[in-house]
Ligand binder design. Structure first.
Ligand code: FAD
Length: 294
């Protein structure tokens, strides 16, 4: 941010949204700052610092979990209310976002989701049916995956809250493949499912990975962008699960996620791993969902 001249410190969400809306095109939101400062974009001339908005909170309610936009990854790993959430997967995915505890203490949940730098966390939250509160400038709720479909950069917007609904009897499992334990996953998937009378009552399948874009590619050709595997879910919702049914549904999953070749992996490898990891995750989630009933 070598051309930064102004730091705004709003104290209300409305003030922050107005600053964004009325600011010049070089006005950016500052959350933990670990991405923004590191990027050092010369285009950023002013920042709207969210620190004064009281958006760092974890609220476990009867129906779900409310996470303020400024909640850090460290808070997600340590907050006692989250330890048992989704079988402990939320705390684990926040921890997996980076091996640096310094970064986890600084980076926020929404900064990480916007920059798609925590693929396991994004895949998990998508699978759990997470909604986000967006101001642009009026407030609205949207599924987390819609953020990525709509494009993140068109109009300035502010995320204020992440809402994770609670599903009864949920089995959750995540799988990822990475070059070394410290690397970002090449592919990460999460399966979440709940059964009723032997049939699938809820299913959420989230996927993501190291985000790479073909040169000059539109967002649709960006590989690894967090995605909900909605068509694959559709093949399983309301069904009695069998190994054959799972295999048939999983076979179409790779088509729902664009894959590009880069130094980390070939497009063919990425595509194959979406199917392999999803089959494993679905098997584990299925067993976990059965266990919740015993
Ligand atoms: C040493 C180091 C290593 C890193 N490694 C990686 C890496 O491997 N992969 C990677 O992708 N990133 C990496 N990062 C970048 C960064 O750590 C992550 O992207 C981080 O999760 C961003 O979170 P933050 O809260 O610091 O966001 P910020 O840096 O404050 O913001 C990130 C982006 O999100 C926007 N934003 C933040 N909060 C909101 C909100 N509530 N509403 C709307 N927009 C918002 C900001 O305007 C900005 O565009 C690294 C950074 C460092 C310093």
């Amino acid at each position: 941010m070598r051309n930064l001249t102004t730091i705004h410190r709003p104290t209300t969400v409305e003030e922050a949204v107005n600053l964004l809306r009325n600011g010049a095109s070089g006005t950016a939101i500052l959350a933990g700052g670990t991405g923004l400062v590191g990027e050092a974009s010369p285009a950023v001339e002013a920042v709207v610092d969210l620190a004064g908005l009281d958006l760092a909170y974890v609220r476990a309610e009867a129906d779900g979990l409310r996470l303020g936009a400024m909640t850090t990854l460290h808070d997600l790993t340590r907050n006692s209310a989250l330890q048992g959430w989704a079988g402990g997967q939320l705390a684990r995915a926040a921890h997996a976002a980076t091996s640096s505890s310094l970064l986890r203490r600084q980076a926020t949940i929404c900064g990480s989701l916007i920059s798609a730098s925590a693929p396991e966390l994004a895949a998990l939250l998508i699978a759990l049916g997470t909604q986000v509160t967006i101001y642009r400038p009026g407030a609205s709720q949207a599924p987390l995956e819609a953020l990525y479909q709509d494009g993140l950069t068109e109009t300035p917007f502010l995320l204020t809250e992440v809402y994770v609904p609670r599903h009864k009897g949920l089995g959750v499992a995540s799988q990822a493949v990475r070059r070394t334990p410290g690397d970002a996953p090449i592919v990460a998937v999460t399966a979440a499912l709940a059964l009723e009378d032997g049939r699938v009552r809820y299913i959420g399948l989230g996927a993501g990975g190291a985000v790479i874009a073909a040169p000059d590619a539109p967002k649709a050709r960006t590989s690894g962008w967090p995605t909900r595997l909605a068509q694959t879910e559709h093949g399983l919702l309301g069904q009695r699960l069998t190994n054959q049914l799972v295999a048939a549904a999983v076979a179409q999953a790779p088509g729902e996620m664009p894959a590009i070749t880069d130094y980390l992996a070939s497009a063919e490898y990425r595509t194959a791993m979406v199917g392999t990891l999803l089959r494993r995750a679905l098997g584990e989630a299925w067993r976990a969902a059965l266990d919740t009933r015993s």
